[in-house]
Design a protein around this ligand. Structure first.
Ligand code: F0G
Length: 416
């Protein structure tokens, strides 16, 4: 049987019940799958014949058999062996799992295809989220696909333009809150509590985490059923690192992989409550009241899934590290230039974190490392343009163009 369970007091709730926080103790919930039952189902399932995607793992998802899925073909993103990046950093085997290749350009699509499918299954006609940008873009798209209403709350002036464009064009009701993400999240939690007809799809929603766990499954399958030694992942609200870890532990329990990787979370130095807790060996986080970073996607001071994230890092013997805005932007440029992979600043924090951890001697050159890049670079064109040389403007004339390129301007008569 599949059920929802409180991560603290372990009280169980049905997967057909709309409940976001445990009514008994106030903690967040997770979906629990009976692994023995799943193993039985998988014996007669044809899942391995399906293409790599979130719905290849339909048997692993808490969605009823009769439900029609709301999909835009998410998952199945590239795991790119990045030799030049490895050479640059002195590592033998580095991969980039590029989640920017998803339909709306971020890993959020994995969660939203399952989350919105669940919303429709539960009969919801109106969905809501608070977002630093990507969640709102994904929710707006999947709500449009499902034909239901969507409202998003975003921190005013602090989301990248591409993401805002996505939420708007998909027809979501966009409210720019004069405040930060943490405040916007407080409001949507209250709204969903008060107005029961509005279904909440932030990452406290455990069904979204179920979709995102497919990221962990995919990495192992792409490495021929082996886990890497380490997975490095940007952390904001901390849903994704928890989701990837959940996927990995499920694959481990099913016997598909023989070991588990070290989960390594990266936060921007201006908003790093989880890194702080890991480094001080604390069992609590101290929220950052005024988080700041160029990586607006992870500009979050009070991550709602912090307990799950800290658990993932500790259980896997991983670590957490901060990176500065300069390190993030350098890494973004480096990845774009030496590997041809353009990611948004928050995503580049995993690459910046890799660089720092190698420099500090935490990562060994022989480790097999997977860096997850979470969102596409085109989400935030302004930040990319700002850090590059301006294009040279030239007259519409061959000689001026040649001059600008440092080429010889001698006249050549072309044979016709
Ligand atoms: N990378 C990107 C590009 C993101 O958009 C986010 C989160 C993260 C990393 C961090 O993931 O929150 O699961 O730890 N963006 C959310 C949003 C908060 O609203 O789009 P997380």
């Amino acid at each position: 049987m599949v059920h929802q369970e409180c991560i603290n007091c372990k009280t169980q709730y049905s997967i057909d019940e709309i409940v976001y926080f445990c009514p008994k103790c106030g903690e967040i919930l997770e979906v629990k799958i009976d692994m023995k039952e799943l193993a039985e189902t998988l014996k007669t399932s044809d899942w391995k014949t399906k293409p790599l995607s979130v719905w290849r793992y339909r048997d692993f998802m808490p969605i009823h058999e009769a439900t029609r899925v709301v999909t835009l073909n998410e998952g199945g993103t590239g795991l790119h062996r990045s030799k030049r990046l490895g050479d640059e950093l002195g590592l033998n085997e580095v991969y980039v799992k590029n989640e920017g290749e998803n339909p709306t350009g971020s890993f959020k699509d994995r969660g939203m295809t399952v989350g919105v499918t669940k919303a429709v299954e539960l009969g919801a006609r109106h969905v809501i989220c608070a977002s630093t940008g990507n969640t709102s873009a994904a929710l707006a798209a999947y709500a449009a696909r499902a034909g239901i209403k969507c409202t998003v709350l975003i921190p005013s002036g602090k989301i990248a333009y591409g993401k805002l464009a996505q939420a708007m064009i998909h027809g979501a009701k966009v409210l720019q809150v004069r405040g930060n993400f943490d405040q916007a999240l407080e409001f949507v939690l209250k709204l969903a509590e008060k107005h029961k007809n509005i279904y909440l799809l932030n990452s406290i929603n455990p069904f979204r985490i179920e979709g995102q766990k497919s990221l962990g499954y995919e990495i192992c399958e792409q490495l021929n059923n082996e886990a890497p030694d380490r997975i490095i992942i940007p952390v904001g609200n901390a849903g994704n690192i928890s989701a990837v870890w959940k996927g990995l532990t499920e694959f481990y329990q099913l016997g598909y992989i023989k070991k588990l990787p070290k989960m390594t979370g990266i936060q921007a130095s201006g908003s790093a409550p989880i890194v702080q807790a890991i480094k001080t060996k604390s069992d609590k986080i101290i929220p950052v009241e005024h988080p700041e970073t160029v990586a607006t996607a992870i500009r979050i001071g009070a991550p709602v899934s912090w307990k799950k994230a800290i658990n993932a890092i500790r259980e896997s013997h991983g670590t957490a590290e901060t990176v500065t805005d300069d390190e993030i932007l350098d890494a973004q440029k480096m990845l774009a230039r030496i590997e041809g992979i353009f990611v948004e600043p928050a995503s580049a924090s995993s690459i910046a974190g890799l660089k720092k951890l190698v420099r500090n001697g935490i990562i060994d050159r022989d480790e097999r490392v997977v860096c997850i890049t979470t969102g596409h670079g085109l989400k935030d064109p302004d930040t990319a343009i700002k850090q590059c040389e301006k294009p040279v403007e030239v007259d519409a004339e061959i000689s001026t163009i040649e001059q600008a390129l440092g080429l010889e301007t001698r006249k050549v008569i072309l044979a016709r």
